[in-house]
Design a binder for this molecule. Structure first.
Ligand code: HEC
Length: 125
């Protein structure tokens, strides 16, 4: 039952991220010579370089990367609503998680990366 809910939530989320990714690909191929800078801006490296500072240990009540319930609850509002609050910053979360250099698409990919990790984490006992 629970995993069914997670699946349903994950579908619009995945579609949203897919659209973001393909838009980004188009932009990247248009600006091919600057691609070197792009490699350390992938969702995984952004999360590991920055977001993990707070989202790893759950600092100031940041949703932990392995907290499936917290992320599922937050994601039920949709990726755009989630991203909007995080882009502006709220409570203990600085605007764009302190990475003002990220585009909206890059930032959303980082969120999607954490969300995917959270929903594939084992359920808490
Ligand atoms: C300095 C600590 C800190 C860093 C760094 C940080 N966050 Fe957060 N983040 C928080 C806290 C605290 C919250 C919880 C805010 C709340 O809802 O009370 C949060 C919440 C969020 C949320 C949920 C927002 C919502 O509306 O529920 C998202 C999405 C998010 N962060 C994404 C990111 C991403 C992506 C990065 C890296 C680019 C990042 N954060 C880096 C502290 C941080």
């Amino acid at each position: 039952m629970k995993s069914k809910i997670v699946m349903l939530l994950a579908i619009p989320f995945a579609i949203g991220a897919g659209a973001v990714q393909s838009a980004e690909k188009t932009a990247e191929s248009a600006a091919a010579p600057t691609a070197a800078a792009v490699s350390d801006r992938s969702a995984e490296s952004v999360v590991n370089a920055k977001c993990i500072e707070c989202h790893g240990p759950g600092k100031k009540h940041a949703p932990r990367i392995d907290d499936r319930e917290d992320w599922t609850k937050r994601a039920s509002r949709g990726l755009d609503a989630l991203a909007l609050g995080a882009i502006r910053g709220h409570h203990g979360m600085p605007a764009r998680g302190g990475r003002a250099d990220l585009t909206d698409a890059e930032f959303k990919n980082a969120i999607f990366y954490m969300f995917t990790k959270a929903v594939s984490a084992p359920t808490k006992k």
